[in-house]
Design a protein around this ligand. Structure first.
Ligand code: NAD
Length: 359
């Protein structure tokens, strides 16, 4: 051992209770509300999720203060304003977000403005439920921040609720989770425990996704994917994200690209770009994915399971690339490799065209 091996880290373990079991969505929210002393929960979901959420709301019985089905991706500020009004009008003392990152993001926006506690019942693999990160979009610009008050107090994972998640969305959402783990592995503020969580999250999710695609009705595969999402989301919550997340925020906030799909297309190229500056992280990703070419494996996995192939396919225009690169490089953020316009343009162009990553 040399002085370079001297350990130095800070690790915070926030108190988030997590329940994972088939059928939990019908019993655990009321139990968790009871533990937390909450009596009137406003249920938040997206318009398309309202039907699926009904049994969860009904199971709450008198604890349900109403259902507000207006969640939208990237939490536009006017959507957050209306949810705050709805919570006040209903006399809610908490929110129960049921859905993907959009529903949970709306619950966080309400928590940020009102201090109301949040219980999350995730139905995708976005991992937002495990983080203190909020996001709000105004005039096409997405702002994000960290605030402990927005982190859900309890998280209820019910694999039954994810059986309806279409395979392509399951796959891209799963890769969204992988992206959290990849960036946590090279984050300067990640502790050894976060590194272990991230590497295990990568391994579990990369194994679960082909199983979900092969049999979307498999509770075993769905529960493994949720477990992977929990691990990767925990890593996201404990570490500062880098170039990949910044790029995806710009592409989502300014160009309206869908979140999970964008993450899926950008991730292999950012890892290929950052790997020379983060060799230990790249090695951990390769170990977890059981490959000697981690960027290539991250490129092949979703393509083989029905995910989109290029940012062009998502509707991005070639003329958008320079503007996106300028926006990203105009901001200050942590990344293992120095961020340059040319570097970002190279990543964007490769993802735009859908070509394989090159170092
Ligand atoms: P989403 O919540 O927008 O859901 C995507 C689509 O899937 C929606 O149409 C939704 O109705 C549908 N859907 C969700 N669950 C379903 C199910 N079980 N069955 C059938 N359809 C279902 O997408 P997402 O990718 O989960 O979340 C994206 C949002 O979350 C973005 O705004 C992103 O910025 C945010 N996010 C935040 C964090 C954080 O830590 N703050 C982390 C990850 C993502």
């Amino acid at each position: 051992m040399t002085d370079d091996d001297t350990l130095s880290f800070t690790h915070d373990s926030p108190p988030v209770r997590t329940v994972l079991r088939p059928g939990a969505a019908l019993t655990a929210p009321a139990e968790e509300a009871g533990r937390l002393g909450l009596r009137r929960l406003l249920v938040l979901c997206g318009a398309r999720g309202a039907e699926a959420v009904r049994p969860v709301a009904e199971a709450l019985g008198p604890l349900c203060a109403g259902v507000h089905a207006e969640a939208r991706m990237h939490v536009p500020t006017e959507v957050a304003d209306r949810a705050v009004e709805a919570a006040r009008a209903a006399g809610a003392d908490a929110c129960l977000a049921v859905g993907g990152g959009s529903s949970i993001g709306l619950g966080k926006a309400v928590a940020l403005r009102t201090g109301l506690p949040l219980i999350a019942v995730p139905t995708t693999y976005s991992g937002s439920e495990m983080t203190p990160i909020w996001g709000l979009t105004e005039h096409g610009v997405k702002r994000t921040g960290r605030d402990p008050s927005v982190r859900p107090r309890s998280v209820v994972y019910d694999p039954r609720l994810t059986l309806s998640l279409p395979v392509p969305l399951s796959v891209t959402s799963g890769v969204n989770a992988l992206a959290h783990a990849v960036e946590a592995l090279y984050a300067r503020d990640a502790s050894p425990l976060t590194g272990l969580t991230a590497e295990e999250g990568l391994r579990v999710m990369a194994e679960a996704l082909p199983a979900v695609a092969a049999d979307p009705e498999s509770l075993a595969a769905r529960s493994r994917a949720l477990y992977g999402a929990w691990l990767c989301g925990t890593a996201l919550g404990a570490a500062t994200m880098g170039l990949h997340h910044k790029l995806c925020h710009v592409l989502g906030g300014s160009f309206g690209l869908p979140h999970a799909e964008t993450h899926t297309l950008v991730l292999p190229h950012v890892l290929a770009h950052n790997a020379p500056a983060a060799p230990e992280a790249a090695a951990a990703v390769a170990r977890a994915l059981r490959t000697d070419d981690a960027p290539r494996a991250l490129w092949e996995l979703p393509r083989g399971l029905g995910a989109p192939h290029s940012l062009a396919e998502l509707g991005l225009k070639e003329t958008d690339l320079a503007w996106a690169a300028a926006q990203v490089t105009g901001e200050a953020f942590e990344n293992p490799r120095t961020v340059t316009v040319d570097g970002v343009l190279g990543i964007l162009r490769a993802a735009y065209e859908g070509v394989a990553p090159t170092a």
